[in-house]
Design a protein around this ligand. Structure first.
Ligand code: KIV
Ligand code: ZN
Length: 525
């Protein structure tokens, strides 16, 4: 990265991305295997140092994603999470063994509240278990990270003892989590400074920080830890994560870069990849970034007031502390039309961060042409949506074919719905529901025989204009079958918002029909 403010000699801080593990613990953010591998590839291009790919013991799906990412990513460390017991650690290693740079991340709670109520263990028992876990992991893997869970609420004397013991046992990184987002910046600075002052072998490991955002302080706390000498920051794209989320990667990286004069720290992040990576994660998870979010929000560089606009025209730096191009925000938006060819589409997709393979390009091009027939102007957002549909494609048991609908206010709509079920045409007609969308959902339930409860339904325009494509995201809770209570996400995009709704609903129903494995969250030690 080219530093914005050259200053005195800078040290390098590692960026440990946990979007695929802690980020996936965001309610509603679960991703399939193809989506996780796609995000891992984007993280490699972004230049992170470590990818935490999952929690292998949690489910067969988590195991497969860690294993597949370990097999495909060779230039970046791939990490798998494990509770501090032999079964978890061995399973993590099984998933990671093929990695060029594997890391096992072992965690065990250390705070008094967790010791007393969750683990029912004494300090000495916790210490012994931590050492045994790290030793076992070190016998398998040269790179071992240990996290004393809830470190920020752990008595500092005990934390120092644990850190010293796990480093002696072979931990190469010791991560200090603020698991419940309770810390303040000065406290975090004090914890890291105390470890560096009081733990005699501290120089044999990298001290890391992992902050949650319950009080909106995750980025500030991580930066304070860096001021005190932390050498690794754990963070996620768009700040995804358990509850209120984790430290946001894009914010912490741009704070370090923009205020290099203060922090004297570099990272290996290619900042021009921040916006494309943020959009990719938002589209895959269905969790959209608020417009006013720092660095990657749509309004982050939009100047509304006349005074600001006037200042900007005279000298950008009057109101702009970062350049939009440095975070990968494209200034040109209107790009392609009906007559654009395959090469132009592939070029534009690549500029937006989507590498279409020779097998993917024809399908995306065919959909692009169909869209150009329905819509005059094709924007970057449209191209991103087309590429993402391709990357996120799952095997489909039910494929949307079409619908016809008649409705009037005050009476139930009549919907005729047509799908292909494993290639064979099927249709159904229903007269039911409160309006057209409810009618379409009821028709889909009747035709597929799969009952769900709709937990979330969101529509947003992919781009601007009356002919903009609608992007619909739904979350459906399974009512019966093997996994009652499981929540499945679906996404559909079309210039017709009813068609987009039908596609989103069917995408989620396909996830129910094709089954999925329940996940076990790491906090359930
Ligand atoms: O927040 C936390 O404590 C964690 C650990 C597993 C590192 O996510
Ligand atoms: Zn966490």
């Amino acid at each position: 990265m080219t530093p914005a403010n050259p200053g005195p000699e800078a040290r390098t801080v590692r960026i440990f991305d946990t979007t695929l593990r802690d980020g996936e613990q965001s309610p509603g953010a679960s991703m399939n295997l193809t989506e996780k591998v796609e995000i891992a590839q984007a993280l490699v291009q972004l230049g992170v140092d470590v990818i935490e790919a999952g929690f292998p013991i949690a489910s067969p799906g988590d195991f497969a994603s860690v294993r597949d990412i370990a097999r495909t990513v060779s230039t970046v460390t791939v990490c798998g999470l494990a509770r501090c017991n032999d079964t978890d650690i061995d399973r993590a290693w099984e998933a990671l063994a093929a990695a060029a740079r594997p890391r096992i991340h072992v965690f065990l709670a250390t705070s008094s509240i967790h010791r007393e109520f969750k683990l029912r263990m004494t300090e000495e028992e916790v210490l012994a278990r931590a050492v045994a876990g790290v030793r076992r992991a070190r016998n398998l893997c040269a790179d071992v990270e240990f996290s004393p869970e809830d470190a920020a609420r752990t008595e500092i004397d005990f934390l120092c003892r644990v850190v010293e013991a796990v480093i002696d046992a072979g931990a190469t990184t010791v991560n200090i989590p603020d698991t419940v987002g309770y810390a303040t910046p000065s406290q975090m600075r004090h914890v890291i400074a105390s470890l560096r002052d009081r733990v005699p072998n501290v120089d044999r490991a990298v001290i890391s920080v992992h902050c949650h955002d319950d009080l909106g302080l995750a980025v500030a706390n991580s930066l304070a830890a860096v001021e005190a000498g932390a050498g690794q920051i754990e963070c996620t794209i768009n700040g995804l994560g358990e509850r209120a989320g984790n430290c946001s990667l894009e914010e912490v990286v741009m704070a370090l870069r923009t205020r290099r004069d203060h922090y004297h720290v570099d990272t290996g992040v290619v900042t021009q990849r921040l916006v494309p990576t943020s959009r990719l994660v938002a589209n895959i998870t269905g969790i959209q970034v608020p417009r006013n979010k720092a660095v990657v929000g749509r309004n982050a560089f939009a100047h509304e007031s006349g005074i600001h606009q006037d200042g900007m025209l005279k000298e950008r730096r009057t109101y702009e502390i970062m350049r939009p191009e440095d975070v990968g925000l494209e200034r040109t938006d209107l790009v392609l039309g009906k007559h654009s060819g395959r090469a132009a589409l592939a070029d534009r997709a690549a500029a937006l961060g989507y590498r279409l393979t020779p097998e993917q390009l024809p399908t995306v091009f065919e959909r692009f042409k169909a869209l150009a027939d329905r819509k005059k102007e094709i924007y970057d957002g449209d191209i991103a949506a087309l590429c993402e549909q391709q990357f996120a494609a799952l095997p489909e048991h039910f494929t949307f074919e079409g619908y016809s609908l008649s409705c009037a206010s005050g009476s139930a709509p009549t919907v005729e719905l047509r799908v292909l079920q494993s290639g064979a045409p099927r249709s159904v007609t229903v007269t039911a529901g409160d309006g057209p969308i409810d009618g379409i959902f009821l028709a889909i339930e009747k035709l597929t025989g799969i009952q769900t409860v709709c937990r979330d339904f969101r529509v947003q325009a992919v781009t601007v204009g009356k002919d903009a494509q609608a992007e619909v995201t739904v979350e459906l809770e399974q009512v019966d079958g093997e996994r009652p209570g499981a929540v499945h996400r679906g996404r559909g995009v079309s210039t017709d918002s009813l068609e987009a709704s039908a596609k989103a609903f069917l995408a989620a129903i396909n996830r129910v029909a094709l089954g999925g494995q329940p996940r076990l969250h790491p906090q359930r030690t």
